[in-house]
Ligand binder design. Structure first.
Ligand SMILES: [Zn+2]
Length: 115
């Protein structure tokens, strides 16, 4: 039997692979961007850009990106209204720069999750 080596119809960009790695990580656990960057071996800024994309792309599949908001370590202020995924530089209340990073997880919409 004659077989011809076929080239893949659409070469998968490395971006796609990296994005899948991020999705796989936070489907099983709740992680900060720093944790993801360590485990997926990519820069933290790349993690954020993947998360931005994932946040939109998983909606169609009935999932959503659950974000545990950043929190000030000094006064406990929670950055719950913040829409950006990156952590804030400092607390607007006490001006402290020690901020707990936001955490990310992928959840199914009908699954309320356990806190
Ligand atoms: Zn504060």
């Amino acid at each position: 039997m004659k077989q011809r080596a076929r080239k893949p119809a659409v070469p998968r960009p490395a971006q796609e692979t990296a994005r899948r790695a991020v999705i796989a990580l936070i489907r099983n656990q709740t992680l900060s961007a720093r944790d993801i960057s360590t485990q997926a071996h990519m820069a933290e800024k790349d993690v954020y850009s993947h998360l931005e994309h994932i946040r939109l792309s998983i909606r169609a599949g009935g999932e959503f990106l659950e974000i545990t908001p950043a929190e000030c370590r000094s006064c406990g202020f929670v950055f719950s209204k913040r829409d950006r995924l990156t952590p804030p530089g400092r607390c607007p209340i006490c001006r402290d720069e020690f901020i707990y990073e936001p955490l990310f997880a992928i959840r199914r919409r009908e699954d309320p999750g356990r806190v």
